[in-house]
Design a protein. Sequence first.
Length: 322
Amino acid sequence: MNLKKLLGVVGMGCATFGSVSMANTYPEQPINMVVPYAAGGATDVIARLVATDLSSDLGQSVVVVNKPGAGTTLAAWELARSKPNGYTLYMTTAAHTISASLYKNLKYDPIGDFTPITLVAKIPIVLVTTPSLKIKTLPEYIAYAKKNGEGISVGSPGNGSPQHLTQALFQERTGANLLHIPYRGDAPLITDLIAGQVQSAFITLSAALPHIKSNKLQAIAVANPTRINVIPDVPTMNEAGLADFNAATWFGVFGPAKLPESVQQIIYTSAQKVASAKPFIERIEGMGGEVVNSGPKDFQQYVNDESAQWTKAVKASGATVD
């Protein structure tokens, strides 16, 4: 065996030993879970639920670190640059797979620079209208948007958000004339929806749910394969006449690229316990969501599929961020 091959074998052996050694001791210190949104939103709530129970199971504190800004790219860039040792994790959403198509000068690869660990949950997107519009069905909504010369105004929590891009896909599928009005988050959008300042929105069910239940917003259809227990009378898009139109924001945990598989598995095994617990499931379902609890391989495939879907949606919307 020549020297080059010998050094290669030794290197592989050291890497394997290092991975096994880390698995035997991980975690030895607190873990940071970076969240790309401010405290209080659905991602933050779910991250804190996961972090609390991970802390108990792993025997080390898992600390949620909120790092909002530049969409989700500031937080993602922080994770992409972190050491692949399992002490910096990232809880993010569908916005992660949108960023490559949306941002022209992204500093990282949303797929190649991250290690998928687990897809925790999904919350579907629902089409709602202001009650003053007096539209209650999807065919009525589409007909109004086509007939009215100015179309129908559709709010979203931000340019290039999953909700905005869902609207773009809807417009492409139906030919409805939709006027996009971006807001800075769900709260101001919902305020204007209730007041009738904007006529409709594609919005995450968790954000709209209290206002649907109080009849301040009219739910038209949910972009989910099946009806949702917390709004059982609201049809799916498929039932309402738009076949195979599904859209959700999802919540998943990543590590940086080159995270040792042994550490990846430790985190996933612990997260799997968390997501299988009845209190966690009840909390997610109470938000209108669904616990997914999928492992690294399935999550990687899901991320790849989502990236393809949102790339198409970005092109349809014409959205871009410098």
